[in-house]
Design a binder for this molecule. Structure first.
Ligand code: FBP
Length: 554
């Protein structure tokens, strides 16, 4: 057996908490149905694409009675980026289907959707599950970003399921993966396959949420890890008083992670991409705003500070957004230009080719960027055809450009400070951390809820656990139709039905709370040092939820 740390050993014994309705009834709950639902927008188009699952009711669990069941085989995949707690979703699902019938079987498909298409799987026995309870990571069955999209992908998935007698599939993923789950559910109905599909809301980015999904799992743990690290850097900054730390934080698109970490640590600056887009700020304005904070502090003798930068920023700056959209279309697998672009081996040739294809506005934006960033922008796409923002070193770009502005002000005699900067990127550090008590409980409950939805014969639903600011026993469990969260978005140059990403709401309490305090955090040193996640000890330390959740829901 592989060596494990004392903490991991102690965490194995942790028994995740369930909502009372599941604790008392197991998966034998009554499914209470609400009224017919509709998608968030584009209702007619979404209805046409999902005739079998559109309009399904939201279901909530109430007390039920045990009934006779037969053993069933359930398949599970982890899809997309890692998020703390994925193993507990699987453990909850495992315990749930075993409670439905002790001879039920759970198959883990390896490496995400491709495991389903290529039939790579393993039996998830109690020995396997027990070794991973309350651990971080997705290493039990790994993850992947492939998509089940072509007719042959769907056919291969069905063939795999039939070969193993899989009656239900659970897709643990973010917005794109659950969009895929919805397509799969519809495909099964269209082709008369009796295979249920249930999703579970995962992503550290926190952008898979709505009235029924209060938070995606992993956000709680990841933001706690980043906040600990930011607090440590802040203490170093305040001790040495000689560096500005520019810290980029993961979150492919939305700035929820940066905002939550700012609320937890009170840095001197934090950019929120959604605000940048809403105010239509250019890159130059973003840079000058940051430089102004640095100058204000320098005027008070503080040549140090901490600035948080959301990973997705670049795509929210209007001129960059247009540029990235053009690059995504130009370099997508479906683009006519792609084979020629791929045939070019030299960087200069690639850059020159791209420049000739861009509109004048985008070409100007592209040319204004340092070479290193230009190359990052034309680098590999993700499987959805998008630029991989985690690979764009926005923190270094901003240090570079802020430095230029400060030198300009120095020359004009309006800035007399010193600017020495350090760049950081916190992303992968937090995605596989051992889940906080909150994520351990929430994930286990999501998995167990998925089992109850399967037991209730549902398909096309996302497992939902709500009332999360209350103690776990008071959580409310049920399912939300996946079609309810959909809208049409442009992908690979055409309109596709996808689950709508939840961006930071500028009218929402998390943002307004931050906005009311940021000026004073900029001008003073009001750092908060959250310290490491606590797994044992008083509830007010171990079970505290994110500030975002508290401000949005309490
Ligand atoms: P998901 O949306 O799939 O959960 O992934 C989120 C994320 O962690 C982003 O924050 C980040 O931009 C991206 O994954 C990085 O992807 P990769 O793991 O492929 O480098």
């Amino acid at each position: 057996m592989a060596a494990i740390s004392p903490l991991q050993r102690a965490r194995t014994a942790y028994q995740p908490k369930l909502p009372a309705v599941l604790e008392e009834n197991g998966p034998f709950v009554t499914l209470r149905e609400g009224g017919a639902t509709r998608s968030v927008s584009d209702q007619e188009e979404i209805r046409q694409q999902f005739p079998g699952t559109y309009g399904l009711p939201v279901v909530t669990f109430a007390a039920g009675t045990q009934r006779e069941t037969t053993p069933m085989t359930v398949g599970v995949i982890l899809s997309g980026g890692q998020a703390p707690g994925g193993h507990n979703v699987i453990a909850g699902l495992f315990d749930g289907i075993k409670d439905l019938h002790p001879e039920s079987r759970l198959l883990g498909f390896l490496g995400g959707p491709k495991g389903l298409m290529k039939d790579k799987c393993m039996d998830l026995t109690s020995e396997v599950i027990d070794a991973y309870r309350n651990t971080g990571g997705f290493d039990m069955i790994q993850s992947g970003r492939d998509k089940i999209e072509k007719p042959e992908d769907f056919a291969a998935t069905v063939a795999t399921c039939k070969r193993h007698g899989v009656q239900a599939l659970v897709v643990i993923g973010g917005d794109d993966s659950n969009t895929n789950a919805c397509l799969l559910a519809q495909y099964m109905i269209d082709h008369g396959h009796d295979i249920q599909v249930i999703g579970c809301p995962k992503t550290i980015d926190g952008d898979l949420k709505n009235d029924w999904i209060e938070i995606s799992f992993g956000f709680d743990t990841a933001t706690k890890v980043y906040s600990e690290l930011i607090g440590n850097v802040q203490r170093d900054a305040n001790s040495a008083q000689k560096y500005w730390h520019f810290i980029k934080l993961m979150g492919r698109s939305a700035s929820h992670i940066a905002l939550e970490c700012a609320l937890q640590t009170q840095p001197n600056a934090c950019i929120i991409s959604e605000e940048v887009a809403s105010r239509g700020l250019t890159l130059n304005q973003v840079v000058r705003d940051l430089a102004t904070v640095i100058k204000t502090r320098a005027d008070k003798g503080m040549n140090f500070g901490v600035a948080l930068i959301p990973e997705g920023l670049i795509e929210f700056i209007p001129e960059m957004r247009g540029l990235i959209r053009e690059l995504n279309d130009l370099l997508s697998e479906h683009s006519e230009s792609k084979p020629y672009f791929d045939s070019l081996k030299r960087e200069d040739d690639r850059l020159q080719f791209v420049n000739t294809k861009l509109t004048p506005v985008s070409s100007q934006a592209f040319s204004s960027l340092p070479l290193s960033i230009q190359l990052q922008l034309i680098g590999d796409r993700d499987p959805h055809g998008n630029v991989q923002v985690s690979k764009i070193e926005t923190e270094k770009l901003l240090i570079d450009l802020v430095g230029d502005v400060l030198r300009e002000w120095q020359a004009a005699g309006t800035y007399k400070g010193k600017f020495s900067a350090q760049a950081h990127f916190f992303g992968y550090e937090g995605r596989c951390a051992a889940p906080s008590n909150f994520d351990a409980d929430y994930c286990y409950s999501l998995g167990y809820t998925a089992a109850a939805l399967i037991g209730g014969g549902r398909t096309g639903y996302l497992s939902s656990v709500r009332n999360l600011c209350a103690p776990a026993r008071q959580w409310e469990a049920g399912g939300v139709p996946l079609t309810m969260m959909m809208n049409l978005e442009r992908r690979h140059g055409s309109a596709k039905p996808v689950i709508r990403k939840a961006l930071v709401e500028l009218e929402g309490k998390p943002f307004t709370t931050f906005a009311a305090q940021r000026q004073s955090w900029a001008e003073s040193t009001a750092y908060v040092y959250p310290g490491p996640i606590q797994y044992f000890g008083p509830s007010e330390v171990c079970d505290v939820v994110t500030k975002t959740l508290l401000l949005e829901r309490a």
